[in-house]
Design a protein around this ligand. Structure first.
Ligand code: MUC
Ligand code: MG
Length: 368
């Protein structure tokens, strides 16, 4: 059960449909595959999606921090010494996606070694989650067409609409078009990725007051401290903190200072070990949770559903588990399948997924 090596392999897979939102856009999944090897010959996997516009990480930086700092700190530890592993990698500041992928690959290796699913180790509450799909920026007709495609092809009926553009009517028109097209057969919420000010956000929310939104996410920056509190106090839907809560301490600060009333948990950002802490904290604080998407590929989505399905609080709401559908290909031997709006945890030990060696050879960018 001892860790013998930690590999960080960069790969690049183009998106067939790029995702655009207020803080950036993604055209190619330039992620890092992490593999944790043990002396029993077990290999645990996870992926790190760099998001420079949110957390400052790059693909090359993730490879470097794993190769230079995390791998040497972890080799020789037993897979069960997860808190030691966590403490050692926590000595390095920042780098949430790199830390999370290493953490989740250790859990995957542990599950494979013990021959149990990771979701069972985490909590084992259910084996599936309802799926929410993120709709990136486009004009109203294109966003409605995209939602139709997701509903007709995969049974998805929950949508997170990316907003935060100017003028705000550009976005409110999209949300209205979606509600007009689908009526109450779909659930809708919005995410501005900090694109609006507090007062623009309130204006937009008032324009959409009749559209029955479930949540509003990161409409304005958390650093606009008083503006954000002012906004959250005036809303009658939960305000989700996403990029403003990348640590448990951030969750405490944002919720206790009334700058947020719900939390997005992203396994790409807090792995399994820190996501457990965030989950327990959210439960103790009594705030709602949504399993978010850091524009994950299939490996990352398998991690998100393994965690989300493990607890009642995380599986109660639809999880953002479908954006891999916008990628042209992926690395798994058995692609994840969304049916009737649901994603099941892949059956099997660990994360229940297998990397296809031919696909990895095709998409890795460190060997030519
Ligand atoms: C989201 O919920 O904000 C966009 C950037 C990122 O890191 O995650 C996405 C989705
Ligand atoms: Mg968000």
């Amino acid at each position: 059960m001892k860790i013998t090596a930690v590999e960080a392999i960069p790969f690049a897979i183009p998106y067939s449909k790029p995702l655009k939102f207020a803080s950036g856009e993604v055209h190619t999944a330039e992620h890092v595959l992490v593999r944790v090897h043990t002396d029993d010959g077990v290999v645990g996997v996870a992926e790190a999606p760099p998001r420079p516009f949110t957390y400052g990480e790059t693909q090359a930086g993730i490879v470097a921090v794993i190769d230079q700092l995390f791998a040497p700190a972890l080799v020789g530890l037993a897979l069960t010494e997860r808190e030691v592993a966590h403490a050692r990698i926590a000595r390095t500041v920042g780098n949430p996606a790199a830390k999370s992928a290493v953490d989740m690959a250790i859990w995957d290796a542990l599950g494979r070694t013990l021959e149990v699913p990771v979701t069972s180790l985490l909590g084992g509450f259910t084996d599936r989650m309802q799926v929410s799909h993120m709709l990136g920026f486009a004009d109203p007709a294109a966003m409605v067409a995209e939602a139709e495609k997701m509903r007709d092809g995969y049974g998805i009926s929950v949508f997170k609409v990316k907003v935060g553009r100017h003028p705000v009517t550009l976005d409110t028109a999209v949300v209205r078009a979606l509600r007009d097209r689908f009526g109450d057969s779909i659930e809708l919420y919005i995410d501005a990725n900090r694109g609006w000010t507090a007062s623009e956000s309130l204006r937009a929310m008032r324009q959409m007051a009749d559209l029955d939104l479930l949540f509003a996410e990161e409409l304005c920056p958390a650093d606009d401290v008083m503006g954000r509190r002012w906004l959250v106090e005036r809303l009658d839907v939960p305000f989700i903190a996403d990029e403003s809560v990348s640590t448990p301490a951030d969750v405490t600060r944002e919720v206790l200072s009334r700058s947020a009333t719900a939390i997005s948990i992203k396994t790409a950002r807090t792995g399994f070990t820190t996501s457990q802490r965030v989950h327990h904290l959210a439960e103790g604080l009594g705030v709602e949770v949504v399993m978010g998407n850091q524009i994950d590929g299939q490996i990352g989505s398998a991690c998100a559903v393994a965690f989300g399905a493990a607890f009642p609080l995380t599986s109660r709401r639809a999880g953002e588990l479908s954006n891999f559908l916008d990628m042209s290909d992926d690395l798994l031997t058995e692609p994840l399948q969304i049916r009737d709006g649901l994603l099941r945890v892949p059956p099997g030990v660990g994360l229940g997924i297998t990397i296809d060696p031919d696909k990895l050879a095709r998409y890795r960018t460190d060997r030519h």
